[in-house]
Design a binder for this molecule. Structure first.
Ligand SMILES: Nc1ncnc2c1ncn2[C@@H]1O[C@H](COP(=O)(O)OP(=O)(O)OP(=O)(O)O)[C@@H](O)[C@H]1O
Ligand SMILES: [Mg+2]
Length: 377
């Protein structure tokens, strides 16, 4: 059952007893707001009081922008819903409230984040707020540590593994982050002039070894509830407040993948602002603050904590490098870089990103702290 603007009011009326929110006789207006690729996202509001609104997200059994010939399991919303439940238990201030989940129709009804915009758009505009990385660091630290395998009994870990066995989405990430960008593949594309650099990357043995190792960590390590797609387009902000959305890739995995993606997208922003040293300095500070807030919120016995964070740190650096590289040469690019109009400048920025990403992957075990990482910039 695929909903559309016309059928959504009826759906909400039928499910009014479970969802609540609007009265049955409220006149509802619907607008499509989803700018994403995979799913349909709508805002529904009371025609008489437009500020009374909610958001409805539906996953069709295919990739929205490509159509029914490109199947994708709608169960992805089950994983988004389960992770939203956990986030609401552990860090409710950093996620939208979930009002209702319909697993048969793959629909989540949730709080409308009114007045919020995507963090990526703020960073593109050069607006770098230091409380945002603190909040995201705290969010990750809490969720990761409180779902961490070492501190739970076996049955709790097994339950997380089962509840978050999101293998279809995990294997898409494995392909698009760790595999396709580094081989000849039809989905890759990049700026003319990058060929030599890309070839050099592909033939760098030590890079390939580390990339393979990171891929096997990504696929094999099961340590904590991982968002799986925590880039700056999966975070909405309003002034000092940050909310994490779009956790359909959530899985029980190497938590460092979240830290790495978040850092990588701040780093991509850093390289996009080559002409603004003030913004760049703030982005460096934000990267450091993320880690400080993360480690502070990571609740664990001190001896265990030290060992775990040591591993998480070095893996995060590697994952950050992989994410930076794939955003330049793989299928999914980022606006921060694509927006650069001057082709020569874009090429210079992209070469710098490829070099930095390659360094992070290769040197991830000899970079000892976050300050050292940003000093490499
Ligand atoms: N709770 C919400 N409140 C307000 N706006 C929202 C909310 N959830 C999503 N949006 C808006 O809808 C857009 C798409 O949402 P989301 O990223 O969850 O969809 P998606 O189809 O899974 O995207 P992608 O293709 O990136 O995976 C977001 O970028 C945001 O602008
Ligand atoms: Mg999504």
């Amino acid at each position: 059952m695929e909903l559309n603007r016309e059928t959504i009011p009826q759906y909400l009326r039928e499910h009014q007893p479970e969802i609540g929110f609007f009265d049955k006789d409220t006149e509802l207006h619907v607008e499509e707001i989803g700018d994403g690729n995979l799913n349909f996202v709508y805002r529904v509001y009371d025609a008489a009081q437009p500020d009374r609104s909610l958001v409805l997200k539906q996953a069709p059994p295919y990739i929205k922008i490509l159509g029914p010939d490109y199947p994708l399991p709608p169960e992805r919303l089950t994983f988004e819903s389960r992770s939203l439940d956990i986030y609401n238990q552990l860090a409710s201030e950093t996620v939208p409230t979930q009002y209702y989940f319909d697993s048969d129709a793959a629909i989540i009804v949730m709080e409308d984040l009114k007045g919020y915009c995507l963090l990526r758009d703020e960073l593109i505009a050069g607006l770098v707020n230091q409380t945002i990385p603190e909040q995201i660091g705290r969010f990750m630290g809490r969720v990761h540590s409180q779902t961490y395998a070492y501190i739970l009994d076996n049955s709790a870990v097994d339950k997380y593994r089962q509840d978050f066995a999101n293998t279809a989405m995990q294997s898409i990430t494995a392909d698009y982050v760790f595999t396709f960008p580094f081989m000849e593949h039809e989905t890759n594309f990049y700026t003319d002039g990058l060929e030599t650099k890309v070839d050099q990357l592909k033939s760098d043995e030590s890079f390939r070894q580390q990339a393979d190792m990171l891929k096997s960590i990504f696929l094999g390590v099961q340590r904590g509830v991982t968002h799986g797609d925590l880039h700056t387009g999966s975070i909405m902000v309003n002034g000092e407040n940050a909310k994490v959305i779009d956790s359909e890739f959530a899985f029980y995995g190497p938590v460092a993948f979240d830290v790495g993606l978040f850092w990588a997208n701040y780093l991509l922003s850093y390289f996009s602002h080559t002409d603004n040293s003030d913004v760049q300095l703030k982005l460096k500070t934000a990267i450091i603050k993320t880690w400080e807030a993360y480690t502070e919120a990571f609740e664990m016995d001190p001896s265990l904590k030290f060992r775990i964070l040591h591993d998480v740190f070095h893996e995060s650096i590697g994952f950050a490098g992989m994410e930076m590289l794939r955003r330049i040469i793989g299928a999914a690019h980022v606006k921060d870089i694509e927006n650069i109009e001057n082709v020569q400048r874009k090429l210079r920025v992209e070469i710098a990103i490829l070099e930095f990403g390659q360094t992070l992957v290769k040197d991830r075990n000899i970079i000892f702290n976050v300050g050292e990482m940003v000093e490499l910039l």
